[in-house]
Ligand binder design. Sequence first.
Ligand SMILES: [Zn+2]
Ligand SMILES: [Zn+2]
Length: 607
Amino acid sequence: MLNGQDTAYEESDLYRLRHTAAHVLAQVVLELYPQAKLGIGPPIESGFYYDFDLGIDEQGQPRTFKPDDLPQLEKRMRQIIAGQHPLRCQEVTVDEARQKFSDQPYKLELIEGLEQGDGDESGETAVPITLYRHDNFEDLCRGPHVAHTGQIPLDGFKLMHTAAAYWRGDEKRPMLQRIYGTAWHSKKELKQYLHLLEEAKKRDHRKLGRELDLYVIDEEIGPGLPLWLPKGNVLREELEKLAREVEDKAGYQRVSTPHIAKEALYLHSGHLPYYAGDMYPPMDDEGTRYYLKPMNCPFHHKIFASRPRSYRELPLRLAEYGMVYRYEQSGALFGLMRVRAAQQNDAHIYCSEEQFEAEFIDVMDMYRAYFDLFGIDKYVMRLSKHSKDGLGKKYADNEAMWLKTEEMVRQAMKNARVPFVEAEDEAAFYGPKIDVQIWSAIGREFSLATNQVDFAQPANFDLVFVNERGEAERPLCIHRAPLGSHERFIGFLIEHYAGNFPVWLAPVQAVVIPITDKNLGYARRVTAVLKARGIRIEVNEGDERMNKKIRQAQLQKIPYMLVVGDQEESAGTVSVRTRLNEIRGSISLAQFQAQISDLVENRLNYL
Ligand SMILES: [Zn+2]
Ligand SMILES: [Zn+2]
């Protein structure tokens, strides 16, 4: 939540504290580099930053901070903080502000913006212009701040790292040097935060994705187009299997549709023009344009429309884990979290208005069952609504239907006793939706699933069914993808579990480690028995010593290691160790098989 900071945060003490820390940082940078030109320095989600132009170096490149600058700046910041300098706010006219910042070109540009009344990314508001002063430093700023610098705990802040950033994020503008810092109420909070960062680094799905052989991204194939390696593909298939089982029980039927379709389909659905910015450019086939599909829905609508439908068939639930292709800016791509080709955990439910609420609640229950299974205990549901201004531009132009369907969703959520918040101007182009944010075990936030109501596309495609009274009636369509895209969800799971997948998901569930080569035959027999029961198991036939093999298996986060030597061989047992380094001792092969099968079949989340 770097940009869309919520107001509660903006009104918090932490926000003031961080904002003041940014001012102190700018002050000490100006001491060290008197020629520096100041950009902006706002508080951000877990700290603050400030941007500086340090001029040009001897090679004609933008000058950067030196590695030992940060500790030195931090030390000097402590001295200023300890001075307990009060923060004073002053209102000035545009001309006065211009005079004060006459040698600060970026500030002059901001002042000009303020004069024209644009509240901008720096958080400054229009005239009268406010300045904040402490000690000998003054900044263009709308506040708020703490009362004096001494309220920043001396051991509760830290300068983290530097990065390059274009002025106003525009690559045609100068490249500035950004210093990131973090600040907290206490040393304890700072330590907790730094610990969380360390954990996050260890759990980073891009790092673990490589180490655990799950996926690769090959530049020649293209950015944002992951290749799933055999082990990663197991995760995908297990998720599919789970979804299929859940949906079979809930009365879904599976369909398959192609990856491309004619332009006419998307004009019909409304994806063109509403969604054009997210679609790949078309392919031209002798004057007919084809698009890669960004969503599965229009295909499913065509299936619904492929023959006359009766109320007896409703709700009709069509599921497809279809690949969709969306054009994401290359700068926005991020591991598995933001990709250009993704497999949606998709389905469309066609129902009458009377059936809507029960269906919608069933979908919400399905979400919650998934969250229980994966141990996701922190999530927020948001009802994303249209905006009046966006009608006919971003949103299907039918205000009455927007208001009606938004109220239907609101009621369904209330009746299902699901807590939710509401947000304007966040809907899909065809209807309101429930967006789900989840938090991983280490507190990282992800937007995941959506559950959407669509009144627009059924009208666009003239979908109808014959109701009980023999009349043609328009169905509603529910779009739902509880696991979002399998790419993003797997990215999430990697970080959530730190690669320690529950047994049912683990790409390799057990490895057999013979103590000596003599035991290799038995090791292979054990493997064959378990494999026949559907367990993903392999033998480590390498030359390394047993302890090294155990270590390898632990690094690969394989749940079970079955060590077999002469004793085990003669008794028909396996000596069980876990990736948690527990030594469970010898049990019969049949016993182990029963245990692991129970964990897999019931998708239990322990070893
Ligand atoms: Zn400020
Ligand atoms: Zn859809």
